[in-house]
Design a protein around this ligand. Structure first.
Ligand code: G1P
Length: 297
């Protein structure tokens, strides 16, 4: 099979209940880390990895996401008129070409595996990436780009992985590693959200995948898994049962779990400190920070 990865699926149908009430009217993916919505980080990462076709699996209430990627001629004209070139560039970076982006509705919340399989018809017979925008990964080289390069050598199915504390394994898909070769590990089993104390390793699956259409076919045959949902992990694990290769890729980068409030706040601090225009002021603020007397209610 051709090993060029040009399509990516972004499952963004989740309700984001952990961020209520904000997510009552704002899709979680539009929530901002410093001044960019979460989804923009995912798009930038995908573009850096050579992705050309962007497929969003959405649900009701996510139209703000579609608007976000639209062109805004009025805003553009006004920035142009006032000579705000830098902002103009920021604005244009959010634009997606007509035809490069597709939206598919997942009509029922049946799980991540189901969400990904909703995009089957747009994938055809090619490998594709899956990016979970909740997992924001900062690094010199984009995580997906690292994986795309490794995948060109290995083929198979590939999941991003990192080591987590043993007590955290129950929150993730976890791989069982057969062999480790630098950053590439061959996987001989995968379990979604293993019960505490039963995980096959401490290597958690993080939300970046390179998959083949075989994985989509497997979705038709797996039953409900962890949490009663159709799990992507189980469809990938079926690959192993069928004798095909599955790899874990130990990426170089720092991952933030922006699906949790603590993770989102940590990412906000880290990304603000990485910004030349904010770093000094924010460092001073953080170092002066005594106990906060009046927390916002
Ligand atoms: C999903 C996947 C899980 C993976 C995690 C990474 O879980 O099902 O295998 O480890 O993303 O963030 P979720 O966080 O949606 O429960």
């Amino acid at each position: 099979m051709n090993r060029k990865v040009t399509k990516a699926i972004f499952p963004v149908a989740g309700l984001g209940t952990r961020f209520l009430p904000a997510t009552k009217s704002v899709p979680k993916e539009i929530m901002t880390l410093v001044d960019q919505p979460l989804i923009q980080y995912a798009i930038d990462e995908a573009r850096a990895a050579g992705i050309e076709d962007f497929i969003f699996v959405t649900s009701r209430g996510k139209s703000a996401l579609e608007d976000y990627f639209d062109h805004s001629p009025d805003l553009e004209a006004s920035l142009m008129k006032s000579g705000k070139d830098q902002l103009l560039e920021v604005l244009r970076n959010t634009y997606m070409d007509s035809g490069a982006i597709a939206y598919i509705r997942q009509h029922k919340a049946l799980g991540l595996g189901h969400a990904v399989s909703c995009a089957s018809r747009l994938i055809g017979d090619e490998p594709f990436a899956v990016i979970l925008p909740d997992d924001v990964i900062a690094g010199e080289k984009s995580c997906l780009q690292q994986m795309v390069e490794a995948y060109e050598e290995t083929g198979g199915a590939m999941v991003a992985t990192m080591e987590v504390a043993p007590e955290q394994t129950a929150s993730y898909g976890v791989i069982d590693v057969a062999e480790k070769n630098d950053r590439v590990m061959s996987v001989n089993a995968m379990v979604e959200k293993p019960a505490l104390g039963t995980a096959p390793s401490n290597y958690a699956v993080i939300g970046r995948y390179i998959l083949t259409p075989d994985v989509l076919k497997n979705m038709e045959n797996i039953g409900a898994g962890a949490g009663g949902e159709l799990q992507l992990t189980d469809a990938i694990a079926s690959e192993i049962d069928q004798g095909r290769d599955v790899y874990g890729y130990l990426f170089d980068g720092q991952r933030f779990d922006c699906g949790s409030k603590a993770g989102f706040l940590q990412a906000t601090v880290a990304f603000a400190l990485a910004r030349p225009d904010l770093r000094d002021e924010f460092t001073t603020y953080l170092s002066d920070l005594g106990p906060i007397k009046h927390a916002a209610q």
